[in-house]
Design a protein around this ligand. Structure first.
Ligand code: PD2
Ligand code: ZN
Length: 314
Protein backbone atom coordinates (compact mmCIF):
# COMPACT_ATOMS: atom_id res chain seq x y z
CA UNK A 1 0.00 0.00 0.00
CA UNK A 2 1.18 3.51 -0.55
CA UNK A 3 1.19 5.05 2.90
CA UNK A 4 2.62 8.40 3.90
CA UNK A 5 5.23 7.14 6.32
CA UNK A 6 5.67 10.51 8.00
CA UNK A 7 2.06 10.46 9.03
CA UNK A 8 2.03 7.33 11.12
CA UNK A 9 2.14 6.65 14.83
CA UNK A 10 3.95 4.50 17.35
CA UNK A 11 2.87 2.68 20.48
CA UNK A 12 4.36 3.03 23.93
CA UNK A 13 5.28 -0.65 23.72
CA UNK A 14 7.30 -0.03 20.56
CA UNK A 15 8.97 2.91 22.24
CA UNK A 16 10.45 0.84 25.01
CA UNK A 17 11.32 -2.12 22.82
CA UNK A 18 13.15 -0.13 20.18
CA UNK A 19 15.46 1.40 22.73
CA UNK A 20 16.39 -1.78 24.49
CA UNK A 21 19.87 -2.19 23.01
CA UNK A 22 21.92 -1.69 26.17
CA UNK A 23 19.58 -4.14 27.85
CA UNK A 24 19.82 -6.72 25.11
CA UNK A 25 21.08 -10.31 25.17
CA UNK A 26 21.19 -10.59 28.91
CA UNK A 27 20.07 -14.20 29.18
CA UNK A 28 23.48 -15.26 30.50
CA UNK A 29 24.84 -12.13 32.11
CA UNK A 30 22.54 -10.35 34.54
CA UNK A 31 25.05 -7.68 35.66
CA UNK A 32 23.60 -4.16 35.89
CA UNK A 33 26.07 -1.91 34.07
CA UNK A 34 26.36 1.88 34.07
CA UNK A 35 25.24 1.79 30.44
CA UNK A 36 22.04 0.01 31.42
CA UNK A 37 21.44 2.51 34.25
CA UNK A 38 21.86 5.39 31.77
CA UNK A 39 19.40 3.72 29.40
CA UNK A 40 16.79 3.28 32.15
CA UNK A 41 17.12 6.98 33.05
CA UNK A 42 16.80 7.99 29.39
CA UNK A 43 13.61 5.98 29.01
CA UNK A 44 12.07 7.45 32.16
CA UNK A 45 12.97 11.02 31.22
CA UNK A 46 11.60 10.53 27.70
CA UNK A 47 8.24 9.64 29.25
CA UNK A 48 8.27 5.84 28.71
CA UNK A 49 6.00 4.02 31.11
CA UNK A 50 7.74 1.80 33.69
CA UNK A 51 5.71 -1.18 32.46
CA UNK A 52 7.06 -0.70 28.95
CA UNK A 53 10.66 -0.38 30.16
CA UNK A 54 10.24 -3.57 32.20
CA UNK A 55 8.72 -5.35 29.23
CA UNK A 56 11.60 -4.31 26.97
CA UNK A 57 14.13 -5.61 29.51
CA UNK A 58 12.27 -8.89 29.92
CA UNK A 59 12.12 -9.32 26.15
CA UNK A 60 15.86 -8.74 26.09
CA UNK A 61 16.36 -11.62 28.50
CA UNK A 62 16.44 -9.97 31.93
CA UNK A 63 14.84 -11.84 34.81
CA UNK A 64 11.85 -9.84 36.09
CA UNK A 65 13.17 -9.46 39.66
CA UNK A 66 16.60 -8.31 38.46
CA UNK A 67 15.01 -5.85 36.02
CA UNK A 68 12.66 -4.45 38.67
CA UNK A 69 15.48 -4.01 41.19
CA UNK A 70 17.67 -2.33 38.55
CA UNK A 71 14.87 0.09 37.62
CA UNK A 72 14.00 0.92 41.19
CA UNK A 73 17.60 1.43 42.34
CA UNK A 74 18.54 3.45 39.28
CA UNK A 75 15.53 5.77 39.36
CA UNK A 76 15.70 6.31 43.11
CA UNK A 77 19.39 7.24 42.80
CA UNK A 78 18.55 9.60 39.92
CA UNK A 79 15.86 11.38 41.94
CA UNK A 80 18.25 11.75 44.90
CA UNK A 81 20.84 13.17 42.52
CA UNK A 82 18.45 15.74 41.05
CA UNK A 83 16.82 16.82 44.31
CA UNK A 84 13.09 17.35 44.75
CA UNK A 85 12.63 20.46 42.55
CA UNK A 86 15.20 19.88 39.88
CA UNK A 87 13.99 16.36 39.19
CA UNK A 88 10.65 17.57 37.89
CA UNK A 89 12.03 20.54 35.93
CA UNK A 90 14.73 18.54 34.22
CA UNK A 91 12.51 15.63 33.32
CA UNK A 92 10.17 17.81 31.25
CA UNK A 93 11.08 19.53 28.02
CA UNK A 94 9.53 23.02 27.53
CA UNK A 95 6.08 23.28 25.93
CA UNK A 96 5.49 24.74 22.46
CA UNK A 97 2.41 26.59 21.08
CA UNK A 98 -0.44 24.26 20.10
CA UNK A 99 -3.70 24.49 18.13
CA UNK A 100 -6.55 25.84 20.24
CA UNK A 101 -10.21 26.53 19.42
CA UNK A 102 -11.66 29.88 20.57
CA UNK A 103 -14.20 28.71 23.07
CA UNK A 104 -15.85 31.25 25.35
CA UNK A 105 -18.20 29.38 27.61
CA UNK A 106 -20.09 32.56 28.50
CA UNK A 107 -21.20 32.92 24.86
CA UNK A 108 -22.80 29.48 24.70
CA UNK A 109 -21.66 26.01 23.70
CA UNK A 110 -21.11 26.79 20.02
CA UNK A 111 -18.12 27.84 17.93
CA UNK A 112 -19.01 29.54 14.65
CA UNK A 113 -16.51 28.56 11.95
CA UNK A 114 -17.30 30.73 8.92
CA UNK A 115 -21.01 30.09 9.34
CA UNK A 116 -20.67 26.39 10.23
CA UNK A 117 -21.79 25.94 13.84
CA UNK A 118 -19.79 23.43 15.87
CA UNK A 119 -21.17 22.36 19.25
CA UNK A 120 -18.80 22.15 22.24
CA UNK A 121 -19.86 18.97 24.04
CA UNK A 122 -16.93 18.79 26.45
CA UNK A 123 -13.78 20.80 27.12
CA UNK A 124 -10.97 19.81 29.44
CA UNK A 125 -7.56 21.37 30.03
CA UNK A 126 -5.35 18.56 31.37
CA UNK A 127 -5.16 16.73 29.07
CA UNK A 128 -6.23 19.34 26.51
CA UNK A 129 -9.24 17.58 25.00
CA UNK A 130 -12.42 18.93 23.43
CA UNK A 131 -15.34 16.91 22.13
CA UNK A 132 -17.07 18.69 19.28
CA UNK A 133 -20.52 18.07 17.83
CA UNK A 134 -21.41 18.48 14.17
CA UNK A 135 -17.94 19.22 12.83
CA UNK A 136 -19.03 17.45 9.63
CA UNK A 137 -22.53 17.11 8.23
CA UNK A 138 -23.97 13.63 7.57
CA UNK A 139 -23.53 14.21 3.83
CA UNK A 140 -19.86 15.19 4.26
CA UNK A 141 -19.27 12.03 6.31
CA UNK A 142 -20.90 9.84 3.65
CA UNK A 143 -18.91 11.50 0.88
CA UNK A 144 -15.61 11.09 2.75
CA UNK A 145 -16.29 7.37 3.23
CA UNK A 146 -17.21 6.95 -0.42
CA UNK A 147 -14.03 8.75 -1.55
CA UNK A 148 -11.82 6.70 0.76
CA UNK A 149 -13.39 3.24 0.37
CA UNK A 150 -11.73 2.18 -2.91
CA UNK A 151 -8.28 3.10 -1.58
CA UNK A 152 -8.34 1.33 1.81
CA UNK A 153 -5.51 -1.06 2.69
CA UNK A 154 -4.24 -2.60 5.94
CA UNK A 155 -2.97 0.23 8.16
CA UNK A 156 0.71 0.70 8.79
CA UNK A 157 2.59 2.40 11.60
CA UNK A 158 6.04 3.89 11.77
CA UNK A 159 9.12 1.67 11.93
CA UNK A 160 11.00 3.15 14.88
CA UNK A 161 14.43 2.30 13.59
CA UNK A 162 14.22 3.65 10.06
CA UNK A 163 11.28 6.05 10.12
CA UNK A 164 9.65 3.93 7.37
CA UNK A 165 6.35 2.09 7.76
CA UNK A 166 5.29 -1.43 8.71
CA UNK A 167 2.09 -3.35 9.37
CA UNK A 168 1.53 -3.36 13.14
CA UNK A 169 -0.72 -5.59 15.24
CA UNK A 170 -1.51 -2.58 17.47
CA UNK A 171 -3.65 -1.15 14.69
CA UNK A 172 -5.98 -3.64 13.03
CA UNK A 173 -7.86 -1.21 10.84
CA UNK A 174 -7.71 -0.46 7.11
CA UNK A 175 -6.64 3.02 6.10
CA UNK A 176 -5.67 5.49 3.41
CA UNK A 177 -4.33 9.05 3.18
CA UNK A 178 -5.60 11.94 1.14
CA UNK A 179 -3.12 14.48 -0.14
CA UNK A 180 -3.73 17.84 1.47
CA UNK A 181 -6.38 19.63 -0.60
CA UNK A 182 -6.79 16.58 -2.81
CA UNK A 183 -10.48 17.18 -3.56
CA UNK A 184 -12.84 20.09 -3.03
CA UNK A 185 -14.44 18.35 -0.07
CA UNK A 186 -11.12 17.44 1.56
CA UNK A 187 -9.94 21.03 1.11
CA UNK A 188 -13.15 22.42 2.61
CA UNK A 189 -12.87 20.16 5.66
CA UNK A 190 -9.19 20.96 6.15
CA UNK A 191 -9.90 24.69 6.06
CA UNK A 192 -12.77 24.29 8.52
CA UNK A 193 -10.50 22.42 10.93
CA UNK A 194 -7.70 24.99 10.50
CA UNK A 195 -10.08 27.86 11.33
CA UNK A 196 -11.63 25.96 14.21
CA UNK A 197 -8.34 25.24 15.98
CA UNK A 198 -6.53 28.40 14.83
CA UNK A 199 -3.69 26.54 13.18
CA UNK A 200 -2.41 27.06 9.61
CA UNK A 201 -3.84 24.65 7.05
CA UNK A 202 -0.26 24.25 5.72
CA UNK A 203 0.80 22.69 9.03
CA UNK A 204 -1.67 19.83 8.62
CA UNK A 205 -0.78 16.39 7.36
CA UNK A 206 -3.07 14.90 4.73
CA UNK A 207 -6.31 13.53 6.22
CA UNK A 208 -6.18 9.83 7.07
CA UNK A 209 -9.33 7.71 6.87
CA UNK A 210 -9.52 4.48 8.89
CA UNK A 211 -12.14 1.75 8.78
CA UNK A 212 -12.41 -0.67 11.70
CA UNK A 213 -14.35 -3.92 11.32
CA UNK A 214 -15.66 -5.93 14.30
CA UNK A 215 -12.72 -6.83 16.55
CA UNK A 216 -10.47 -4.14 15.06
CA UNK A 217 -8.90 -1.61 17.40
CA UNK A 218 -6.10 0.90 17.76
CA UNK A 219 -4.16 0.19 20.93
CA UNK A 220 -3.30 3.15 23.19
CA UNK A 221 -0.47 5.29 21.85
CA UNK A 222 0.70 8.88 21.65
CA UNK A 223 0.38 10.67 18.33
CA UNK A 224 3.64 12.62 18.76
CA UNK A 225 6.87 11.05 17.56
CA UNK A 226 8.96 9.84 20.45
CA UNK A 227 12.33 11.64 20.40
CA UNK A 228 14.11 8.56 21.72
CA UNK A 229 13.58 6.63 18.48
CA UNK A 230 16.36 6.64 15.89
CA UNK A 231 13.84 7.19 13.06
CA UNK A 232 12.25 10.29 14.61
CA UNK A 233 14.82 12.85 13.39
CA UNK A 234 13.96 12.02 9.79
CA UNK A 235 10.22 12.30 10.42
CA UNK A 236 10.60 15.69 12.12
CA UNK A 237 12.30 17.15 9.04
CA UNK A 238 8.81 17.52 7.56
CA UNK A 239 7.30 20.23 9.73
CA UNK A 240 8.55 19.33 13.20
CA UNK A 241 6.50 17.54 15.85
CA UNK A 242 2.83 16.78 15.81
CA UNK A 243 1.13 19.10 18.30
CA UNK A 244 -2.56 18.37 17.80
CA UNK A 245 -5.03 15.77 16.51
CA UNK A 246 -8.63 15.89 15.34
CA UNK A 247 -10.36 12.49 15.07
CA UNK A 248 -13.70 12.83 13.24
CA UNK A 249 -16.27 10.03 13.39
CA UNK A 250 -17.59 9.33 9.89
CA UNK A 251 -20.31 6.99 11.14
CA UNK A 252 -21.83 5.79 14.42
CA UNK A 253 -20.71 2.20 15.05
CA UNK A 254 -23.36 -0.21 16.30
CA UNK A 255 -21.14 -1.26 19.20
CA UNK A 256 -17.75 -0.35 20.71
CA UNK A 257 -15.14 1.82 19.02
CA UNK A 258 -14.93 4.62 21.60
CA UNK A 259 -11.78 6.74 21.66
CA UNK A 260 -10.19 6.15 25.05
CA UNK A 261 -7.84 8.34 27.10
CA UNK A 262 -6.60 5.84 29.71
CA UNK A 263 -4.60 8.39 31.75
CA UNK A 264 -7.82 10.16 32.73
CA UNK A 265 -10.42 7.41 32.33
CA UNK A 266 -12.17 9.18 29.45
CA UNK A 267 -14.06 7.37 26.69
CA UNK A 268 -15.35 9.44 23.78
CA UNK A 269 -18.46 7.91 22.23
CA UNK A 270 -18.11 7.77 18.44
CA UNK A 271 -21.03 9.69 16.92
CA UNK A 272 -21.29 10.48 13.21
CA UNK A 273 -20.07 14.01 12.43
CA UNK A 274 -18.63 14.59 15.92
CA UNK A 275 -14.93 14.89 16.66
CA UNK A 276 -12.35 14.56 19.42
CA UNK A 277 -9.70 17.30 19.41
CA UNK A 278 -6.61 17.01 21.58
CA UNK A 279 -3.31 18.89 21.76
CA UNK A 280 0.11 18.14 23.26
CA UNK A 281 2.68 20.87 23.82
CA UNK A 282 5.57 18.45 24.27
CA UNK A 283 6.41 14.98 23.05
CA UNK A 284 5.93 13.65 26.54
CA UNK A 285 3.54 11.38 28.41
CA UNK A 286 2.96 14.16 30.96
CA UNK A 287 0.52 15.63 28.40
CA UNK A 288 -1.76 12.71 29.37
CA UNK A 289 -2.74 12.33 25.71
CA UNK A 290 -2.27 8.57 25.61
CA UNK A 291 -5.31 7.45 23.62
CA UNK A 292 -6.64 4.49 21.69
CA UNK A 293 -9.54 3.22 19.62
CA UNK A 294 -11.44 0.58 21.63
CA UNK A 295 -12.36 -2.62 19.77
CA UNK A 296 -15.44 -2.39 17.58
CA UNK A 297 -17.94 -4.97 18.78
CA UNK A 298 -20.64 -4.63 16.11
CA UNK A 299 -20.82 -2.98 12.71
CA UNK A 300 -18.02 -0.82 11.34
CA UNK A 301 -16.30 2.31 12.62
CA UNK A 302 -14.96 4.95 10.24
CA UNK A 303 -12.83 7.91 11.29
CA UNK A 304 -10.95 10.70 9.57
CA UNK A 305 -7.84 11.87 11.43
CA UNK A 306 -6.09 15.21 10.97
CA UNK A 307 -2.67 15.61 12.59
CA UNK A 308 -1.14 19.04 12.94
CA UNK A 309 2.57 19.84 12.95
CA UNK A 310 4.51 22.71 14.53
CA UNK A 311 5.43 24.12 11.13
CA UNK A 312 4.47 23.74 7.47
CA UNK A 313 4.17 20.07 6.49
CA UNK A 314 5.71 19.73 3.04
O1 PD2 B 1 -10.16 5.71 15.79
C1 PD2 B 1 -9.86 6.19 16.87
O2 PD2 B 1 -10.70 6.32 17.77
C2 PD2 B 1 -8.47 6.59 17.08
C3 PD2 B 1 -7.91 6.36 18.29
C4 PD2 B 1 -6.60 6.72 18.48
C5 PD2 B 1 -7.71 7.17 16.09
C6 PD2 B 1 -6.41 7.53 16.37
N1 PD2 B 1 -5.86 7.32 17.56
C7 PD2 B 1 -5.53 8.17 15.40
O3 PD2 B 1 -5.92 8.20 14.22
O4 PD2 B 1 -4.45 8.66 15.79
ZN1 ZN C 1 -3.90 8.39 17.70
Amino acid sequence: MSTDTAATTTTAEDNAGAQANPAANQTQNQAVTDELRRWIIEQAEAGCRPDDVLKAMKTAGWAEDVALDAMEDTLRARLDELGPRKSREQALPPGVPVPSPDYDETKGPVIDVDGHRVQVLMSMTDPRVMILGGLLTDEECDQMRALAAPRLARSETVDNTTGGSEVNAARTSDGMFFERGETGLVDKIERRIARLVNWPVENGEGVQVLRYRPGAEYKPHHDYFDPVHPGTARILERGGQRVGTVVIYLNTPEGGGGTTFPDVGLVVAPVKGNAAFFAYDKAHASTKTLHGGAPVTAGEKWVATKWMREREFK
